[in-house]
Design a protein around this ligand. Structure first.
Ligand code: DX5
Ligand code: ZN
Length: 234
C-alpha cells in the first residue's frame, strides 16, 4: 500500500450482487469500467445472517485480474482462517472489531507479516473508540454504513456524518493509511462520503445494477472528489 494519499477517491467493486454464475466476467467488467479494486465479502452465516464464498473462490478469480483484492471478512473466527485468505492472494484483509478479541492482534500482525494491508471494520453501532487498542497495527479502517450481511441496503447518513471524518483524523493525519466506507455507496451518497475525506468507496449494487458501469464509476468518483477537495478533512 502506498504511503501517500491518492489524489482521487478509489472505487472498490463489491461482487456480492454481481452475476455469480459469471463471476470472472463480472470482475473483468468492473476492471474495464475503471474500478481500482475488487472488494470480496466473505460471510460465514454466524457473524452475519448470510453465507457467501471463501478462499477457494477468491483463489479461482485471482488469476482473472491484476487489480488489488480487498477481502472483507464478516466471519466470527478470522484468526482461524487468515492464512487461507493470505494464500488465496488477498492484498488486504479487513475483519471486524466485534469478533472475540483474543484473536484480533495476532491476526492483524499475521496479515502485516505477510506484507499485506491489515484492516478492522466497525458495524454502524460500534464506536470508533473500539479500534483504539489496535491503532498501531491498522492500515485500514472500514466504516460500515449498513448493517453487514447484504448488498443493496440504504446508506446510513448519520453514521457517515458521525464517523468518517473522525476515522480519517484518528487513523493518520499524514495520510499513510486509509479509511474505507462500505454500504450504500452510490452517486446519491458520494458527496457525504467525500466530505468525510474517505479514501476508498465500496460500491456493489450501484455498479452491478447500473446501465453503464463505467459512467457510474466515474460519476461516483467525481462527486466524491469534489466534496473531498472542498472538505477540511484531508
Ligand atoms: C455488506 C457488504 C458490502 C455491500 C456493498 O455486508 O459488506 O460490501 O455488499 O453493497 P452495496 O453497495 O449494495 O451496499
Ligand atoms: Zn463489504
Amino acid at each position: 500500500m502506498s504511503d501517500r494519499r491518492p489524489a482521487s477517491s478509489l472505487i472498490a467493486a463489491s461482487i456480492l450482487d454481481s452475476d455469480l454464475a459469471a463471476l470472472g466476467d463480472e470482475i473483468r467488467r468492473a476492471e474495464a469500467a475503471g474500478v481500482d479494486r475488487i472488494h470480496l465479502d466473505v460471510m460465514d452465516g454466524h457473524f452475519v445472517p448470510n453465507i457467501t464464498f471463501g478462499w477457494k473462490t477468491i483463489e479461482a478469480v485471482r488469476r482473472i485480474t491484476a487489480l488489488p483484492f480487498d477481502a472483507h471478512l464478516m466471519i466470527s473466527e478470522p484468526g482461524r482462517w487468515i492464512d487461507r485468505f493470505l494464500d488465496a492472494g488477498c492484498d488486504s484483509i479487513t475483519f471486524h472489531v466485534e469478533v472475540e478479541a483474543s484473536q484480533t492482534r495476532p491476526a492483524l500482525a499475521r496479515i502485516r507479516d505477510a506484507g499485506r494491508s491489515a484492516g478492522l471494520s466497525v458495524k454502524p453501532g460500534t464506536p470508533l473508540s473500539a479500534l483504539d487498542p489496535y491503532r498501531d497495527l491498522l492500515d485500514i479502517v472500514l466504516v460500515m454504513t449498513v448493517e453487514p450481511g447484504f448488498g443493496g441496503q440504504s446508506f446510513m447518513a448519520d453514521v457517515a456524518a458521525a464517523k468518517l471524518a473522525p476515522a480519517r483524523a484518528w487513523l493518520d493525519p499524514d495520510g499513510a493509511r486509509e479509511v474505507q466506507v462500505d454500504g450504500g455507496g452510490r452517486r446519491d451518497t458520494a458527496e457525504a462520503i467525500g466530505r468525510g475525506g474517505t479514501d476508498v468507496i465500496v460500491a456493489g449494487s450501484a455498479l452491478y445494477r447500473a446501465d453503464d458501469m463505467a459512467v457510474e464509476v466515474a460519476r461516483i468518483r467525481s462527486i466524491a472528489d469534489a466534496a473531498r477537495a472542498a472538505s477540511p478533512v484531508r
